[in-house]
Design a protein around this ligand. Structure first.
Ligand code: FES
Length: 512
Protein backbone atom coordinates (compact mmCIF):
# COMPACT_ATOMS: atom_id res chain seq x y z
CA UNK A 1 0.00 0.00 0.00
CA UNK A 2 2.81 2.34 0.90
CA UNK A 3 4.70 1.80 -2.33
CA UNK A 4 1.57 2.43 -4.37
CA UNK A 5 0.77 5.69 -2.60
CA UNK A 6 4.38 6.87 -2.96
CA UNK A 7 4.42 6.02 -6.66
CA UNK A 8 1.69 8.59 -7.22
CA UNK A 9 3.39 11.29 -5.12
CA UNK A 10 4.65 14.45 -6.79
CA UNK A 11 8.42 14.91 -6.36
CA UNK A 12 8.28 18.52 -5.24
CA UNK A 13 7.84 20.36 -1.98
CA UNK A 14 4.40 21.74 -1.17
CA UNK A 15 5.80 25.29 -1.21
CA UNK A 16 6.79 25.07 -4.87
CA UNK A 17 3.21 24.45 -6.01
CA UNK A 18 2.77 28.18 -6.66
CA UNK A 19 4.60 30.16 -9.38
CA UNK A 20 6.29 33.21 -7.87
CA UNK A 21 7.68 36.13 -9.92
CA UNK A 22 11.22 36.10 -11.34
CA UNK A 23 13.85 38.58 -10.19
CA UNK A 24 16.02 39.46 -13.18
CA UNK A 25 17.66 42.56 -14.61
CA UNK A 26 20.88 44.54 -14.72
CA UNK A 27 23.48 44.25 -11.97
CA UNK A 28 24.68 47.25 -9.97
CA UNK A 29 28.35 48.24 -9.99
CA UNK A 30 28.35 49.27 -6.34
CA UNK A 31 26.19 48.71 -3.25
CA UNK A 32 26.67 49.04 0.48
CA UNK A 33 26.05 45.36 1.25
CA UNK A 34 26.25 42.39 -1.12
CA UNK A 35 24.39 39.26 0.00
CA UNK A 36 25.15 35.90 -1.63
CA UNK A 37 22.25 33.48 -1.23
CA UNK A 38 18.51 34.13 -1.53
CA UNK A 39 17.22 32.01 1.33
CA UNK A 40 15.68 33.15 4.59
CA UNK A 41 18.95 34.32 6.13
CA UNK A 42 20.12 36.39 3.14
CA UNK A 43 16.73 37.97 2.47
CA UNK A 44 16.07 38.78 6.13
CA UNK A 45 19.49 40.43 6.48
CA UNK A 46 18.95 42.36 3.23
CA UNK A 47 15.46 43.53 4.21
CA UNK A 48 16.58 44.72 7.65
CA UNK A 49 19.65 46.47 6.26
CA UNK A 50 17.58 48.25 3.64
CA UNK A 51 15.22 49.38 6.40
CA UNK A 52 18.30 50.82 8.14
CA UNK A 53 19.17 52.88 5.05
CA UNK A 54 21.68 50.60 3.28
CA UNK A 55 21.68 49.88 -0.46
CA UNK A 56 21.70 46.10 -0.70
CA UNK A 57 22.01 43.54 -3.49
CA UNK A 58 21.00 39.88 -3.10
CA UNK A 59 22.55 37.41 -5.56
CA UNK A 60 20.96 33.96 -5.79
CA UNK A 61 22.45 31.15 -7.91
CA UNK A 62 19.12 29.59 -8.89
CA UNK A 63 15.67 30.77 -7.78
CA UNK A 64 14.95 32.36 -4.40
CA UNK A 65 14.44 29.67 -1.81
CA UNK A 66 15.75 27.03 -4.23
CA UNK A 67 17.86 25.56 -1.45
CA UNK A 68 16.74 24.49 1.98
CA UNK A 69 14.34 27.39 2.57
CA UNK A 70 12.10 25.93 -0.14
CA UNK A 71 12.47 22.31 0.99
CA UNK A 72 11.78 22.85 4.65
CA UNK A 73 8.82 21.44 6.54
CA UNK A 74 8.37 25.04 7.79
CA UNK A 75 8.24 24.62 11.56
CA UNK A 76 8.66 27.94 13.36
CA UNK A 77 9.77 26.84 16.80
CA UNK A 78 12.27 27.84 19.43
CA UNK A 79 12.62 24.21 20.56
CA UNK A 80 16.06 23.26 19.25
CA UNK A 81 17.20 19.88 17.96
CA UNK A 82 19.70 19.87 20.82
CA UNK A 83 17.56 19.21 23.90
CA UNK A 84 17.53 22.09 26.40
CA UNK A 85 19.06 19.99 29.17
CA UNK A 86 21.98 19.14 26.88
CA UNK A 87 22.40 22.78 25.87
CA UNK A 88 22.45 23.76 29.54
CA UNK A 89 24.99 21.05 30.34
CA UNK A 90 27.32 22.18 27.55
CA UNK A 91 26.97 25.94 27.75
CA UNK A 92 25.18 26.72 31.02
CA UNK A 93 21.60 27.72 31.81
CA UNK A 94 21.98 31.34 30.69
CA UNK A 95 23.25 30.30 27.27
CA UNK A 96 20.48 27.71 26.83
CA UNK A 97 17.95 30.38 27.68
CA UNK A 98 19.58 32.80 25.24
CA UNK A 99 19.40 30.27 22.38
CA UNK A 100 15.70 29.58 22.91
CA UNK A 101 15.03 33.30 23.35
CA UNK A 102 16.67 33.76 19.96
CA UNK A 103 14.13 31.38 18.42
CA UNK A 104 11.25 33.25 20.05
CA UNK A 105 12.65 36.58 18.82
CA UNK A 106 12.89 35.12 15.30
CA UNK A 107 9.24 33.98 15.33
CA UNK A 108 8.15 37.42 16.53
CA UNK A 109 10.27 39.06 13.83
CA UNK A 110 8.70 36.96 11.05
CA UNK A 111 5.27 37.91 12.35
CA UNK A 112 6.08 41.62 12.51
CA UNK A 113 7.91 41.76 9.14
CA UNK A 114 5.12 39.94 7.33
CA UNK A 115 2.66 42.46 8.80
CA UNK A 116 4.84 45.49 8.09
CA UNK A 117 5.58 44.47 4.50
CA UNK A 118 2.03 43.24 3.85
CA UNK A 119 3.16 39.70 3.06
CA UNK A 120 0.29 37.19 2.86
CA UNK A 121 2.20 34.11 3.98
CA UNK A 122 -0.41 32.47 6.21
CA UNK A 123 1.49 33.17 9.44
CA UNK A 124 -0.39 31.56 12.29
CA UNK A 125 0.44 30.85 15.93
CA UNK A 126 0.06 27.18 16.86
CA UNK A 127 1.05 24.99 19.81
CA UNK A 128 4.12 22.79 19.65
CA UNK A 129 4.76 19.38 21.24
CA UNK A 130 8.00 17.52 21.88
CA UNK A 131 6.78 13.94 22.31
CA UNK A 132 8.15 10.57 23.34
CA UNK A 133 8.79 8.52 20.16
CA UNK A 134 5.58 8.39 18.10
CA UNK A 135 5.96 4.63 17.57
CA UNK A 136 8.07 1.80 19.01
CA UNK A 137 9.57 3.34 22.15
CA UNK A 138 11.59 0.57 23.86
CA UNK A 139 12.24 2.67 26.94
CA UNK A 140 9.08 4.68 27.46
CA UNK A 141 9.79 5.36 31.16
CA UNK A 142 13.19 6.94 30.40
CA UNK A 143 11.71 9.01 27.55
CA UNK A 144 8.97 10.26 29.83
CA UNK A 145 11.31 11.21 32.67
CA UNK A 146 13.72 12.99 30.31
CA UNK A 147 10.82 15.00 28.90
CA UNK A 148 9.69 15.87 32.40
CA UNK A 149 13.22 17.15 33.24
CA UNK A 150 13.32 19.20 30.03
CA UNK A 151 9.91 20.71 30.77
CA UNK A 152 10.97 21.65 34.28
CA UNK A 153 14.16 23.35 33.07
CA UNK A 154 12.34 25.15 30.22
CA UNK A 155 9.75 26.46 32.67
CA UNK A 156 12.46 27.57 35.11
CA UNK A 157 14.14 29.49 32.29
CA UNK A 158 10.92 31.34 31.58
CA UNK A 159 9.34 29.47 28.67
CA UNK A 160 5.66 28.55 28.42
CA UNK A 161 6.32 24.81 28.66
CA UNK A 162 4.39 22.12 30.53
CA UNK A 163 4.73 18.36 30.81
CA UNK A 164 1.64 16.43 29.66
CA UNK A 165 1.02 12.70 30.00
CA UNK A 166 -0.88 12.26 26.76
CA UNK A 167 -0.31 14.44 23.72
CA UNK A 168 -1.30 14.23 20.08
CA UNK A 169 -0.68 12.64 17.64
CA UNK A 170 -0.11 9.26 19.34
CA UNK A 171 -1.06 9.95 22.98
CA UNK A 172 2.49 9.78 24.29
CA UNK A 173 4.09 11.83 27.07
CA UNK A 174 5.22 15.23 25.81
CA UNK A 175 6.16 18.81 26.56
CA UNK A 176 3.57 21.27 25.30
CA UNK A 177 4.81 24.70 24.19
CA UNK A 178 2.67 27.74 23.49
CA UNK A 179 3.22 30.31 20.76
CA UNK A 180 5.06 28.40 18.05
CA UNK A 181 3.97 29.17 14.48
CA UNK A 182 3.48 28.05 10.86
CA UNK A 183 3.67 29.99 7.60
CA UNK A 184 4.31 29.50 3.88
CA UNK A 185 8.08 29.96 3.59
CA UNK A 186 8.29 30.79 -0.11
CA UNK A 187 5.40 33.26 -0.01
CA UNK A 188 7.27 34.95 2.83
CA UNK A 189 10.62 34.96 0.99
CA UNK A 190 9.17 36.33 -2.24
CA UNK A 191 7.32 38.97 -0.23
CA UNK A 192 10.58 40.03 1.43
CA UNK A 193 12.32 40.10 -1.97
CA UNK A 194 9.62 42.35 -3.46
CA UNK A 195 10.00 44.71 -0.51
CA UNK A 196 13.80 44.83 -0.95
CA UNK A 197 13.64 45.80 -4.63
CA UNK A 198 13.80 49.52 -5.39
CA UNK A 199 15.53 52.72 -4.19
CA UNK A 200 18.95 51.41 -5.20
CA UNK A 201 18.50 47.89 -3.78
CA UNK A 202 18.03 44.81 -5.93
CA UNK A 203 17.41 41.06 -5.82
CA UNK A 204 18.72 38.94 -8.70
CA UNK A 205 18.23 35.24 -9.49
CA UNK A 206 20.40 33.07 -11.75
CA UNK A 207 23.65 34.68 -10.60
CA UNK A 208 27.01 32.98 -10.91
CA UNK A 209 29.01 34.32 -7.96
CA UNK A 210 32.74 33.86 -8.40
CA UNK A 211 35.71 35.03 -6.36
CA UNK A 212 35.84 37.94 -3.94
CA UNK A 213 38.53 40.53 -4.47
CA UNK A 214 40.05 42.79 -1.85
CA UNK A 215 41.03 46.09 -3.44
CA UNK A 216 38.51 47.49 -3.99
CA UNK A 217 36.43 45.09 -1.88
CA UNK A 218 34.10 43.44 -4.39
CA UNK A 219 32.36 40.24 -5.35
CA UNK A 220 32.40 38.99 -8.94
CA UNK A 221 28.88 38.25 -10.20
CA UNK A 222 28.33 36.92 -13.73
CA UNK A 223 31.84 38.08 -14.54
CA UNK A 224 31.25 41.68 -13.35
CA UNK A 225 32.73 43.33 -10.25
CA UNK A 226 30.16 44.52 -7.73
CA UNK A 227 31.95 46.78 -5.24
CA UNK A 228 30.58 46.63 -1.68
CA UNK A 229 31.46 47.66 1.85
CA UNK A 230 30.19 44.47 3.48
CA UNK A 231 29.62 40.94 2.19
CA UNK A 232 27.17 38.39 3.61
CA UNK A 233 27.67 34.74 2.64
CA UNK A 234 24.27 33.16 3.23
CA UNK A 235 24.87 29.99 1.24
CA UNK A 236 24.96 27.46 4.10
CA UNK A 237 28.37 26.18 3.06
CA UNK A 238 31.39 28.50 3.04
CA UNK A 239 32.53 29.70 -0.38
CA UNK A 240 36.24 29.22 -1.01
CA UNK A 241 36.66 32.92 -1.71
CA UNK A 242 35.74 33.98 1.78
CA UNK A 243 38.88 32.88 3.58
CA UNK A 244 40.97 31.20 0.90
CA UNK A 245 40.91 27.47 0.21
CA UNK A 246 42.47 26.36 3.49
CA UNK A 247 40.17 28.53 5.58
CA UNK A 248 37.07 27.30 3.76
CA UNK A 249 38.21 23.67 4.07
CA UNK A 250 38.82 23.97 7.80
CA UNK A 251 35.45 25.66 8.27
CA UNK A 252 33.74 22.96 6.20
CA UNK A 253 35.08 20.31 8.59
CA UNK A 254 32.86 21.86 11.30
CA UNK A 255 29.68 21.29 9.26
CA UNK A 256 27.90 17.96 8.87
CA UNK A 257 25.33 17.65 6.07
CA UNK A 258 22.34 15.35 6.47
CA UNK A 259 19.46 14.56 4.13
CA UNK A 260 15.96 14.56 5.60
CA UNK A 261 12.96 12.97 3.87
CA UNK A 262 9.55 14.66 3.80
CA UNK A 263 6.02 13.59 2.81
CA UNK A 264 2.89 15.69 2.52
CA UNK A 265 -0.81 15.16 1.98
CA UNK A 266 -4.34 15.99 3.16
CA UNK A 267 -5.78 14.20 6.18
CA UNK A 268 -9.38 13.18 6.65
CA UNK A 269 -9.31 13.09 10.46
CA UNK A 270 -9.93 16.66 11.62
CA UNK A 271 -9.44 15.81 15.29
CA UNK A 272 -5.69 16.25 14.80
CA UNK A 273 -5.39 20.01 15.32
CA UNK A 274 -2.99 22.43 13.58
CA UNK A 275 0.32 22.36 15.39
CA UNK A 276 3.94 21.26 15.39
CA UNK A 277 4.72 17.77 16.68
CA UNK A 278 8.23 16.31 16.99
CA UNK A 279 9.34 13.17 18.74
CA UNK A 280 12.54 12.16 20.54
CA UNK A 281 13.36 9.13 18.39
CA UNK A 282 16.80 9.00 16.80
CA UNK A 283 16.62 10.18 14.06
CA UNK A 284 13.56 12.10 15.09
CA UNK A 285 10.21 12.37 13.28
CA UNK A 286 8.51 15.71 12.77
CA UNK A 287 4.92 16.48 11.88
CA UNK A 288 3.34 19.79 10.92
CA UNK A 289 -0.46 20.03 10.68
CA UNK A 290 -2.10 23.08 9.15
CA UNK A 291 -5.24 24.07 7.30
CA UNK A 292 -4.94 24.53 3.57
CA UNK A 293 -8.11 25.97 2.14
CA UNK A 294 -10.87 23.77 3.48
CA UNK A 295 -8.54 20.76 3.90
CA UNK A 296 -6.36 19.79 6.82
CA UNK A 297 -2.84 18.96 5.67
CA UNK A 298 0.03 16.99 7.21
CA UNK A 299 3.74 17.34 6.47
CA UNK A 300 5.81 14.53 7.97
CA UNK A 301 9.61 14.17 7.94
CA UNK A 302 12.40 12.01 9.28
CA UNK A 303 14.73 9.13 8.29
CA UNK A 304 17.70 11.54 8.30
CA UNK A 305 21.00 10.16 7.07
CA UNK A 306 24.31 11.68 6.06
CA UNK A 307 24.02 12.96 2.52
CA UNK A 308 25.41 10.57 -0.06
CA UNK A 309 25.95 7.69 2.37
CA UNK A 310 22.64 5.90 1.74
CA UNK A 311 22.02 4.93 -1.85
CA UNK A 312 18.66 3.16 -1.34
CA UNK A 313 16.84 6.44 -0.82
CA UNK A 314 13.54 5.01 -2.12
CA UNK A 315 13.53 2.71 0.91
CA UNK A 316 13.93 5.74 3.20
CA UNK A 317 10.74 7.21 1.74
CA UNK A 318 8.95 3.87 2.11
CA UNK A 319 9.95 3.52 5.78
CA UNK A 320 8.88 7.12 6.39
CA UNK A 321 5.52 6.49 4.72
CA UNK A 322 4.96 3.41 6.90
CA UNK A 323 5.61 5.47 10.04
CA UNK A 324 3.38 8.29 8.82
CA UNK A 325 0.50 5.90 8.18
CA UNK A 326 0.85 4.58 11.73
CA UNK A 327 0.87 8.10 13.17
CA UNK A 328 -1.79 9.65 10.89
CA UNK A 329 -3.71 6.75 9.31
CA UNK A 330 -6.09 9.02 7.38
CA UNK A 331 -3.39 10.77 5.34
CA UNK A 332 -3.40 10.62 1.54
CA UNK A 333 0.24 11.05 0.57
CA UNK A 334 0.44 13.37 -2.42
CA UNK A 335 3.94 14.87 -2.28
CA UNK A 336 7.45 13.89 -1.27
CA UNK A 337 10.69 15.80 -1.19
CA UNK A 338 14.10 15.89 0.39
CA UNK A 339 15.70 18.67 2.41
CA UNK A 340 19.23 19.09 3.64
CA UNK A 341 20.05 19.82 7.25
CA UNK A 342 23.43 21.20 8.28
CA UNK A 343 24.49 20.20 11.77
CA UNK A 344 27.39 21.26 13.95
CA UNK A 345 29.23 19.30 16.60
CA UNK A 346 27.87 21.29 19.54
CA UNK A 347 24.34 21.78 18.20
CA UNK A 348 24.56 25.56 17.75
CA UNK A 349 24.88 27.48 14.46
CA UNK A 350 27.85 29.58 13.36
CA UNK A 351 26.78 33.18 12.78
CA UNK A 352 29.03 36.21 12.60
CA UNK A 353 32.03 37.96 11.09
CA UNK A 354 34.75 35.63 9.80
CA UNK A 355 37.03 38.25 8.21
CA UNK A 356 36.75 42.04 8.24
CA UNK A 357 33.39 42.97 6.67
CA UNK A 358 32.61 39.34 5.72
CA UNK A 359 29.78 37.53 7.50
CA UNK A 360 28.63 33.96 7.44
CA UNK A 361 25.65 32.05 8.85
CA UNK A 362 25.28 28.28 8.75
CA UNK A 363 24.74 25.12 10.82
CA UNK A 364 21.06 25.75 11.60
CA UNK A 365 20.23 22.00 11.99
CA UNK A 366 16.46 21.43 12.07
CA UNK A 367 15.77 25.07 13.04
CA UNK A 368 16.63 26.60 9.66
CA UNK A 369 13.83 29.15 9.54
CA UNK A 370 14.23 30.48 13.06
CA UNK A 371 18.05 30.42 13.17
CA UNK A 372 18.10 31.80 9.60
CA UNK A 373 15.92 34.71 10.68
CA UNK A 374 17.97 35.26 13.84
CA UNK A 375 21.10 35.25 11.65
CA UNK A 376 19.62 38.00 9.49
CA UNK A 377 18.97 40.08 12.61
CA UNK A 378 22.46 39.42 14.02
CA UNK A 379 24.20 40.30 10.73
CA UNK A 380 22.22 43.51 10.45
CA UNK A 381 23.36 44.39 13.99
CA UNK A 382 26.99 43.52 13.27
CA UNK A 383 27.11 45.63 10.08
CA UNK A 384 25.47 48.58 11.81
CA UNK A 385 27.87 48.29 14.77
CA UNK A 386 25.12 47.22 17.18
CA UNK A 387 26.16 43.89 18.73
CA UNK A 388 23.36 41.45 19.59
CA UNK A 389 23.28 39.22 22.70
CA UNK A 390 24.05 36.05 20.67
CA UNK A 391 27.27 37.27 19.06
CA UNK A 392 29.77 35.60 21.39
CA UNK A 393 27.84 32.35 21.88
CA UNK A 394 27.42 31.72 18.12
CA UNK A 395 30.86 33.00 17.08
CA UNK A 396 32.01 31.06 13.96
CA UNK A 397 35.50 30.74 15.47
CA UNK A 398 34.42 29.17 18.76
CA UNK A 399 36.07 25.94 19.86
CA UNK A 400 34.18 22.80 21.02
CA UNK A 401 32.85 23.40 24.54
CA UNK A 402 32.68 19.77 25.62
CA UNK A 403 34.30 16.40 25.13
CA UNK A 404 31.11 15.19 23.42
CA UNK A 405 31.31 17.99 20.83
CA UNK A 406 34.98 17.25 20.22
CA UNK A 407 34.26 13.53 19.80
CA UNK A 408 31.52 14.26 17.30
CA UNK A 409 33.77 16.61 15.35
CA UNK A 410 36.34 13.83 14.96
CA UNK A 411 33.72 11.14 14.20
CA UNK A 412 32.01 13.20 11.50
CA UNK A 413 35.30 14.00 9.79
CA UNK A 414 36.38 10.39 9.40
CA UNK A 415 34.12 10.29 6.32
CA UNK A 416 36.50 12.23 4.14
CA UNK A 417 39.50 9.91 4.19
CA UNK A 418 37.27 6.81 4.60
CA UNK A 419 35.16 7.28 1.47
CA UNK A 420 38.01 8.79 -0.54
CA UNK A 421 40.21 5.75 0.03
CA UNK A 422 37.49 3.08 -0.04
CA UNK A 423 36.11 4.30 -3.37
CA UNK A 424 39.53 4.09 -4.96
CA UNK A 425 40.18 0.59 -3.63
CA UNK A 426 36.80 -0.64 -4.84
CA UNK A 427 37.03 -2.79 -7.99
CA UNK A 428 36.08 -0.84 -11.09
CA UNK A 429 32.55 -1.54 -12.26
CA UNK A 430 32.98 -2.06 -15.98
CA UNK A 431 29.40 -3.10 -16.70
CA UNK A 432 28.07 -1.43 -19.79
CA UNK A 433 25.97 1.68 -20.05
CA UNK A 434 23.23 -0.48 -21.58
CA UNK A 435 22.60 -2.12 -18.18
CA UNK A 436 21.43 1.12 -16.56
CA UNK A 437 17.60 1.28 -16.45
CA UNK A 438 15.74 4.40 -17.52
CA UNK A 439 15.59 7.02 -14.79
CA UNK A 440 18.53 5.53 -12.90
CA UNK A 441 22.25 6.30 -12.57
CA UNK A 442 25.43 4.42 -11.83
CA UNK A 443 29.16 5.05 -11.50
CA UNK A 444 31.04 2.84 -13.96
CA UNK A 445 34.52 2.72 -15.47
CA UNK A 446 34.91 3.99 -18.99
CA UNK A 447 38.39 4.19 -20.47
CA UNK A 448 39.96 3.97 -17.01
CA UNK A 449 37.89 6.91 -15.73
CA UNK A 450 35.12 6.76 -13.07
CA UNK A 451 32.09 8.12 -14.87
CA UNK A 452 28.68 9.01 -13.40
CA UNK A 453 26.20 7.77 -16.00
CA UNK A 454 22.49 8.59 -15.96
CA UNK A 455 19.90 7.18 -18.35
CA UNK A 456 17.06 9.66 -18.76
CA UNK A 457 13.41 8.59 -19.00
CA UNK A 458 13.57 8.95 -22.79
CA UNK A 459 16.59 6.63 -22.94
CA UNK A 460 19.24 9.30 -23.61
CA UNK A 461 22.50 8.94 -21.72
CA UNK A 462 24.20 11.73 -19.71
CA UNK A 463 27.83 11.21 -18.68
CA UNK A 464 29.81 13.34 -16.24
CA UNK A 465 32.92 12.69 -14.18
CA UNK A 466 32.15 10.91 -10.89
CA UNK A 467 34.90 12.87 -9.13
CA UNK A 468 33.40 15.47 -6.80
CA UNK A 469 34.81 18.91 -7.54
CA UNK A 470 35.11 19.73 -3.84
CA UNK A 471 37.86 17.38 -2.68
CA UNK A 472 37.81 14.44 -5.05
CA UNK A 473 35.54 11.77 -3.52
CA UNK A 474 33.30 9.76 -5.84
CA UNK A 475 29.64 10.76 -6.05
CA UNK A 476 26.78 8.25 -5.71
CA UNK A 477 23.39 8.05 -7.37
CA UNK A 478 20.42 9.14 -5.25
CA UNK A 479 17.53 7.23 -6.74
CA UNK A 480 14.65 9.03 -5.09
CA UNK A 481 15.92 12.53 -5.84
CA UNK A 482 17.67 11.74 -9.13
CA UNK A 483 20.85 13.47 -8.10
CA UNK A 484 24.54 12.69 -7.65
CA UNK A 485 25.41 13.03 -3.95
CA UNK A 486 28.87 13.06 -2.38
CA UNK A 487 29.34 10.96 0.78
CA UNK A 488 32.32 12.98 2.06
CA UNK A 489 30.91 16.44 2.77
CA UNK A 490 27.42 16.27 1.27
CA UNK A 491 27.67 18.16 -2.05
CA UNK A 492 24.80 17.43 -4.42
CA UNK A 493 24.65 17.67 -8.22
CA UNK A 494 21.96 17.34 -10.89
CA UNK A 495 22.18 14.34 -13.30
CA UNK A 496 23.91 16.77 -15.70
CA UNK A 497 26.48 17.65 -13.01
CA UNK A 498 25.28 21.15 -12.02
CA UNK A 499 25.70 22.01 -8.33
CA UNK A 500 22.49 21.69 -6.29
CA UNK A 501 24.23 22.29 -2.98
CA UNK A 502 27.84 22.82 -1.83
CA UNK A 503 30.47 22.78 -0.51
CA UNK A 504 31.38 22.00 -4.14
CA UNK A 505 31.24 25.18 -6.19
CA UNK A 506 32.07 23.82 -9.67
CA UNK A 507 29.94 21.40 -11.70
CA UNK A 508 31.02 17.81 -12.38
CA UNK A 509 33.15 17.70 -15.52
CA UNK A 510 31.45 16.65 -18.71
CA UNK A 511 32.55 13.36 -20.27
CA UNK A 512 32.24 12.85 -24.01
FE1 FES B 1 33.75 17.18 -0.27
FE2 FES B 1 32.61 15.89 -2.27
S1 FES B 1 34.64 15.74 -1.63
S2 FES B 1 31.70 17.23 -0.89
Amino acid sequence: MTTTSLARAIDESLWRASTPPHFTGALPTEVDVAVVGGGICGLTAAYLLKQAGKRVAVFERARLGAGDSGNTSAHLTYVTDERITRLAKQFGNDAAQLVWRGGAVAIDLIESLSRAAGIACGFQRVPGYLCAPFVDDPDAVASREALRADAELARTLGFAARFVEFAPPTSKAAIAFADQAVFHPLDYLFGLASAIEGDGSIVREGCDVGAMIEDPFAVIVNGENVVCSDLVIATHTPLVGIRNLLGATVFQSKLHLYSSYVLGGPIADRSLMPGLYCDTANPYNYLRVHDRGSARYAIFGGQDNKTGQVTETEECFERLAETLLRVVPSVQIERRWLGQVIETSDGLPYIGEVSPHQYIATGFAGNGLTFGTLAGLMIQGAILGRPTPWQELLDPDRKPHSLGALERLVRENIDYPRYYIADRLRPHDASGVENIPRGRGKVISLGGQRVAVHRKDDGDIVKVSAVCTHMGCLVRWNDAERSWDCPCHGSRFTPEGQVIGGPAEAPLEKVE
